[in-house]
Design a protein around this ligand. Structure first.
Ligand code: GDP
Length: 296
C-alpha cells in the first residue's frame, strides 16, 4: 500500500548513528523521506505538511535512549505520530440505539455506497445475527433502487421498496416506521450521490438525516480518489455529523494515502475498508496494520 518507510529510511538510519539526541540537522533527510513516501502514497499535500511538522516537533531534542540507534528512535516517533492520527484499534459499528439502529450512507456517486450496503447487511446478518432492512432513497439514478433490491436478494435481507417519484425524506421515514413495526434490528438507508459535491444533494441528505436520526452516518469514499478524497471528505463532514468512514476499492492499486488524508481532515474513524466487488469484500479497518505497513 505505502512503500515500506523503514527500508526507505534504511540508509539514513545508518548515517544517523552516533548521536545521542535527535536534532534538526540529523533528522532533516529522514523527514524528507517521510514526506516523499507519503506523497507517493497519494496523501494530500496539506496533510503531509501537517504530519511532517508534527513528527519534527516530536522528534526534536528527543534523547536516544538505551540500545536504540537515532534512526530507530526517529522511526518510533513516526510510528507514534501515525498512531496519534489514525488511532490504535478498529472502531466498531455503533448499534446501541432503540431498534431499529439506523445506518445512513453518504458519498459521491460511484463511491461504493450501494455495494457497501450489501456487504454490511450481509455481515450484520451472518456475524451479528441482526434482522436487517435496506431501503434506497436514491430516486435520481434510474437503476439505483433496482441495484439495491438485487443485492438485498443476494445477501438475503429484506428490501423496503421505494419508487423514483417519491420524496427521499418520506421514503426514509416510511422505511423507519416499517422497520419499527416489524422489529428490525438495523435499517440501512442508501442515498443519492452526485458526480461532484452540490448544494441540493447536501441539503437533501441533511433533511434525511434530521428526519430519521441515524446512529451511524457513514461517509463512503473511493480510495482511488487519492488527493481529491480530502475535499469530498471535508464537504461531507461539514454538512453532516459523520460517525465514521468506509474506504472502498482498497483492493485496487490505490496507494492508501486516502486513509490518512480522510482521517486527518475529518477526525472520524475509518471503520471498514472495501476490498473487492463481491459481497464478501469488506474488512474492519485496523489502523495499527496500516502503520506497520508503512513502517514495515
Ligand atoms: P454508489 O454509486 O456509491 O452506490 O456506488 P456503487 O455501489 O454502485 O459502486 C460503484 C462501483 O464500484 C461498482 O462497480 C462496484 O462494484 C464498485 N465497488 C464498490 N466497492 C468496491 C470495492 O471495495 N472494490 C472494488 N474493486 N470495487 C468496488
Amino acid at each position: 500500500m505505502l512503500d515500506n518507510l523503514s527500508s526507505r529510511l534504511g540508509h539514513l538510519v545508518k548515517t544517523m548513528r552516533g548521536h545521542s539526541r535527535l536534532t534538526e540537522d540529523n533528522i532533516k533527510d529522514a523527514l524528507r523521506e517521510v514526506r516523499m513516501a507519503l506523497l507517493e502514497a497519494d496523501v494530500a499535500l496539506p496533510v503531509v505538511k501537517d504530519f511532517v511538522a508534527n513528527v519534527k516537533e516530536k522528534a526534536m531534542g528527543q534523547e536516544v535512549l538505551g540500545s536504540l540507534t537515532p534512526g530507530q528512535a526517529f522511526i518510533g516517533v513516526v510510528n507514534d505520530s501515525l498512531t496519534d492520527l489514525m488511532g490504535k484499534q478498529n472502531d466498531a459499528l455503533n448499534l446501541a440505539a432503540v431498534p431499529p439502529a439506523i445506518i445512513l450512507m453518504a458519498g459521491l456517486q460511484g463511491a461504493g455506497k450501494t455495494t457497501t450496503i450489501g456487504k454490511l447487511s450481509r455481515l450484520l446478518k451472518t456475524e451479528h445475527k441482526k434482522k436487517v432492512l435496506v431501503v434506497s432513497a436514491d430516486v435520481y439514478r434510474p437503476a439505483a433502487i433496482e441495484q439495491l433490491r438485487l443485492l438485498a436478494e443476494q445477501v438475503e435481507v429484506e428490501f423496503y421498496n421505494s419508487n423514483s417519484w417519491e420524496d427521499p425524506v418520506q421514503i426514509a421515514l416510511d422505511a423507519k416506521e416499517y422497520a419499527k413495526k416489524h422489529f428490525f434490528d438495523v435499517l440501512m438507508v442508501d442515498t443519492a450521490g452526485r458526480l461532484a459535491i452540490d448544494e441540493v444533494l447536501m441539503e437533501e441528505i441533511q433533511k434525511i438525516h434530521a428526519a430519521i436520526n441515524p446512529i451511524e452516518t457513514l461517509f463512503v469514499v473511493d480510495a482511488m480518489q487519492g488527493q481529491d478524497a480530502v475535499n469530498t471528505a471535508k464537504a461531507f463532514d461539514d454538512a453532516l455529523p459523520l460517525t465514521g468512514i468506509i474506504l472502498t476499492k482498497m483492493d485496487g492499486d490505490a496507494r492508501g494515502g486516502a486513509a490518512l488524508s480522510v482521517r486527518h481532515v475529518t477526525g472520524k474513524p475509518i471503520k471498514f475498508i472495501g476490498v473487492g466487488e463481491k459481497v464478501t469484500g469488506l474488512e474492519p479497518f485496523h489502523p495499527d496494520r496500516l502503520a506497520s505497513r508503512i513502517l514495515g
